[in-house]
Design a protein around this ligand. Sequence first.
Ligand code: NOJ
Ligand code: CA
Length: 684
Amino acid sequence: MPAANKYKITAFVCATLLLATQAPAVEVHSPDGRIAFSVDLDGDGRARYGIVYGDEAIIGESRLGLRFASRAELDAGFRLAETSRSGGDTTWEQPWGERRFVRDHFNELLLGFESVAGPERRFNLHVRVHDDGVGFRYEVPAQDYYDDVSIVDELTEFHLQQDGVAYWIPGHGWNRYEFLYQTTPIDEVLLAHTPMTMRLASGTHISIHEAALVNYAAFSLDQRRPGVLQTNLAQRSDGVRVKTQTPFVTPWRTIQISPDAVGLLNSNLILNLNEPNVLGDVSWVEPGKYVGIWWAMHIGKQTWSSGERHGATTAETKRYIDFAAKYGFDGVLVEGWNTGWDGDWFNNGAIFSFTEPYPDFDLQAVTDYARDNGVRLIGHHETSGHISNYEAQMADAFDLYESLGVRQIKTGYVADGGQIQQVDANGVTHYEWHDSQIAVNHFEHVLKEAAKRKISINTHEPVKATGLRRTYPNWISREGARGQEYNADWAVPNPPEHNVLLTFTRLLGGPMDFTPGIFDLLHQGPDTEFRVQSTLMHQLALYVVLYSPIQMAADLPENYARHSDAFQFIVDVPTDWEESIAVAGEVGDYVVLARKERGGDDWFLGAITDEVSRELRVPLSFLSDGHDYTATVYRDGKRADWETNPYDYVIEERVLNHDSALKLKLAAGGGAAIQFRPILEAKQ
Ligand code: NOJ
Ligand code: CA
């Protein structure tokens, strides 16, 4: 039987099964009618759901429910007591983002379940179906015996109805989210972080994730039986997953659905399912570009710790400020400025001071010098995962930065998975996961404290991104994946396909502080494996491809001087966008993104490929019709190849317009970056 028919029949069987139980299934469709979400109860009164896309089964008969430590579970023995429908079609504005206006168009179903057997219990299921996917969440209202609850398990399943390929990183691993992606048949996934993206046998692409992760634990996807993925909530050190009180809602469980790979990149589902901005005026949240005392430590030229090679000196910081001022960068990040880095800083989180600079770093002098040069110092707080030490100093540390005019802090939680340290009132240390409820609440606390001082936060070693930047626009970026730092001299470098995989997985959650722009690709010399596995043009393209409102020019100033013509793209590219369009791509192979500058008329395009060189034909229909554009094209040269010839590139000007189709040749590990400037006379 041809694959396509097989899935159509499965869809039919699935729909029939759902309808065959005592209570009829309740359905809700996406506004365009293509996605159908149905819920019913099995013979034991267990709620379950399924998703059909057109005539294709995506998710079938998947369990719903919660288990508690010492309260009856929300599982069997329920009836559907209430059904109500609503919907929305509004457009809201992002203070910064990959697009200014976001349409939020959905149909909503609210189902109220009541127990018919066992102790009296109630819960609601909220379902929102957009054209680009589905979100559903539990609401547990206030009720007898459920004031304080300890959730020990969430029963939510995603019972996939098709085979396919999954792109995933392991959940609950020692390295948090910083793993290389695995590309495997879906049934070989063990425990995976989300977003987990899949290409189903039919060609449809889906990605499972969550939105609005607040006061709850993040989940990984646990393949309990072949094709049946279950939400596995990160555990707290006290053994439960979530401690909370009724009434509460869980984060949204999300499934983005698209006929092709790029549709996932154009989806706004995760943002739409988050609450609007609670911070009011956020004009103090400043997108922009930065440089910093950073890469030199990663490649072993300087140190975070004090001593002869200490990077964060007053003189070195001024050198970076001069460079930033000369080329119009907004900020200078300085790591290693504060005491606590000497010795094994990875394991010494308890001794970091967040207010005491090393003697060779004059904090007041550098912030004054930065201000005089129209640049801001970017703060740095590496906690090594000791959140108690950080929380104890946070108010003072933020006050200090606020008094110096610092508007942005990069935080860090370097500690193995499960090794976040929290010390209780009795002096006992508890070890927690970066995606546990404890950590989730810590990150939110940091945001709130920072917002009081008009400070934005860029979290490294964070919990995954679930769209909370909408609610807290000062959560300006984060890491949460293998970034550029892995191309230094202390790790197996990211392979050429990595950045393409990131785009279709990690980036679906939100901005990433990847820190692109390494120009000295063979920084340890030609004979070592420690290098950047890309061409120079690929580095430029990343500024457009990997979205973040703050982008670092990560290399040393002297390395930019050697390719000043290519560096011009980094100088010119903005980080805040009016619109973004994923134009073409396949997961793990290549991707092309086009973005229009916010507050301007220029368009920018970034294209990257994996280890395969390829020629793409890119229609430029995203450009405004009616006039030509001067395109400055930064592309791989004929002989470019990440491995043998990464510096072969061409920079050329062309006149192109809305009707053009651009032929782009990308080298192995290569890329292209283009700036389109409108020519204001009408086109010929
Ligand atoms: C890990 C971060 O990802 C990296 O950017 C930083 O330099 C180190 N921690 C030190 O804080
Ligand atoms: Ca990191």
